[in-house]
Design a protein around this ligand. Structure first.
Ligand code: ATP
Ligand code: MG
Length: 266
């Protein structure tokens, strides 16, 4: 057995999962809010180009895991390596590590956009082009073309002049995904992207993410409470309950057993 196959077995990777290098490596990560532990001893390799799903009960630390990756929440212990940069368990490092933030795009869990919010769809997506370290920057022709391309990718090109507050929740969700894509990220983090959407729009969005993953070879990490939707795209599934309870092929029956145990028999 060649080395690659051995390491794939250790990482519990299904045969169809991509053979990439780790793009994020978390070692013994512990995170607490005051004296309340939110994440305990997380050890996880996320591979370049993979589509990773995360499922877990409310309060199980899913969003906190994203905040750590985004450098928004300091670790109490452990280390994380992202795109070759290392961070350790202190807040000072979060600030110093700013350069990788432009490579990660994030679609947050909840958003409410005021009906009267004075921005057009175009302006929102264009914000994705502004590097995080520059408040005022000039937008080039390339930026403009990229904004339009991203609106086309999510099928919202005909809405570019609409005020964002006048769109439905599903349409706003698509605009926020276009904004994330406009950043041309290496890693896309999606925190419950379908939670506000009806069945049809949710399925359309999942199909869109699957196509994007295939075409752009983006590394995608998606938190979702809907296992069926996760199974559509994810190559590996993490079941999180403060710590990683299980990781493997989302279609493995053991995933159902574990989810049943955690959600219904605690
Ligand atoms: N800013 C905060 N201050 C204090 N405690 C927090 C804070 N954010 C999260 N927590 C706590 O940390 C734990 C994990 O929260 P987190 O938001 O990561 O969970 P989650 O898995 O994303 O839940 P959900 O499915 O409801 O979105 C919870 O017990 C929560 O109460
Ligand atoms: Mg959450």
């Amino acid at each position: 057995m060649i080395m690659d196959d051995i390491s794939r077995q250790v990482a519990n990777l299904p045969d169809h999962a991509p053979r990439g290098n780790p793009i994020i490596t978390m070692k013994n990560v512990v995170v607490a809010y005051g004296d309340q532990v939110a994440l305990w001893n997380i050890n996880l390799d996320i591979l370049e180009g993979e589509y990773l799903g995360i499922i877990g009960p409310n309060g199980s630390g899913k969003t906190t895991l994203f905040k750590v990756i985004l450098g928004l929440k300091a670790m109490n212990n452990g280390s994380i390596q992202i795109l070759g940069q290392s961070l350790h368990g202190d807040a000072g490092n979060l600030l110093k590590g700013a350069s990788w933030k432009d490579k990660i795009a994030y679609v947050p869990q909840r958003f409410t956009i005021d009906r009267n919010f004075p921005a057009r769809v175009w302006d929102i997506v264009r914000m994705g082009r502004a590097p995080s370290h520059k408040v005022f920057s000039r937008f080039t022709r390339e930026d403009k073309e990229q904004v339009m391309r991203c609106l086309e990718v999510v099928g919202m090109e005909n809405f570019s002049n609409r005020p964002i507050g006048h769109l439905s929740g599903g349409q706003q969700q698509k605009v926020l995904i276009a904004k994330a894509l406009a950043k041309e990220p290496d890693i896309l983090l999606l925190d419950e992207p379908t939670s506000a959407l009806d069945f049809k729009i949710a399925q359309d969005l999942i199909d869109l993410l699957g196509r994007l993953h295939e075409k752009e070879k983006l590394t995608i990490i998606e938190i979702n409470h809907n296992l069926r939707l996760l199974r559509d795209n994810c190559e590996r599934l993490v079941i999180l309950n403060k710590t990683i309870e299980w990781i493997g092929d989302p279609n493995d029956p053991k995933a159902d057993e574990k989810i049943n145990e955690i959600f219904f028999h605690q």
